[in-house]
Design a protein. Structure first.
Length: 289
């Protein structure tokens, strides 16, 4: 009689292992996660938040009511603290939002009592309101300065053909000249003119008569391109040349480009009879460092 011990059951011959491989492939026990793996997994149950919520926004600390964060249901903050999403906490148990917290206090003040930021912070708070998708705050900010004025400014710039392209050309020319000359700055000539045809205080009566009664052949006599690097105009609006210059400098400065400008004269191109171009020419100085 052969007695099979427990030890003999554990040890199997190579032939036995090969014969049972197909069955093992067909059915395998699912792996059971270890305690360590379970601790590292994100919680599956809805996250519960206290009524008073401590926050860490990019290293800046805030405390507010849960109802304040949920003030408007269509915002990112309301979604984050709805319980449907997991929010990590820092070492002190504060709920962490990986965002610059410089203007988060302004966000909370609006959610608490509808307060709006002072003018100098409106643009920055607007960007944060966009990130957190706070529609009511965006609507309020768009109706005050400087954002309200920006809408008016953009409406004026909409009259300018190729305005953004001309800005890019100014930057590109200034960069190439500075690199070619190994210089700290570069200068270029920019023409900014409002009227399509030449005009001076003394020629105004003659100009107006020609403007409305000129033939096609006469009109071609007034067509020319000033010898400048970039030319802006013409346009029909109350805003004048100085308003457009302000827009150009403002938009270049917003891109971190230091620019100075001064009028250096007018285009003296002779067109017809006693008419000369007379479009103002400005020298732009772009400083790179």
């Amino acid at each position: 009689m052969v007695v099979v011990t427990g030890q003999n059951k554990v040890s199997a011959t190579p032939d036995d292992a090969m014969s049972s491989s197909d069955a093992e492939d067909d059915f395998q026990e699912p792996a059971t996660p270890t305690a360590t793996q379970a601790g590292q997994a994100l919680p599956l149950l809805p996250q519960q938040f206290p009524e008073v919520v401590p926050l860490n926004v990019g290293g800046m600390f805030f405390t507010t009511r849960l109802s304040t964060l949920r003030r408007y249901e269509d915002t990112m903050l309301a979604a984050m603290f709805s319980g449907r999403h997991y929010i990590p906490t820092d070492a002190e148990g504060r709920y962490f939002i990986d965002r610059d917290g410089t203007y988060f206090g302004d966000i909370l003040n609006f959610l608490r009592s509808g307060d709006l930021p002072p003018r100098e912070r409106v643009r920055s708070v607007y960007k944060e309101a966009q990130y957190y998708s706070i529609g009511p705050l965006l609507d309020n900010l768009e109706d005050i300065q400087p954002l309200k004025g920006e809408k008016v400014r953009q409406a004026f710039l909409g009259l300018m053909p190729y305005y953004k392209d001309h800005l890019e050309r100014i930057i590109e020319i200034a960069k190439l000249r500075a690199m070619q000359r190994k210089a700290r700055f570069a200068k270029l000539k920019v023409c900014v003119f409002k009227e399509e045809m030449p005009i001076t205080p003394y020629e105004c009566p003659h100009f107006n008569s020609l403007r409305f009664e000129r033939s096609e052949s006469e009109a071609k006599l007034f067509e020319h391109h000033c010898e400048v690097d970039v030319s802006f105009g013409p346009w029909e609006a109350v805003a004048d040349v100085y308003d457009l210059l302000h827009c150009i400098v403002t938009d270049l400065s917003a891109r971190g480009i230091a620019v100075d400008h001064q009028c250096i004269g007018v285009c003296d191109k002779h067109l017809i009879n006693h008419y000369y171009c007379k479009r103002p020419i400005y020298e732009f100085k772009i400083t790179w460092w």
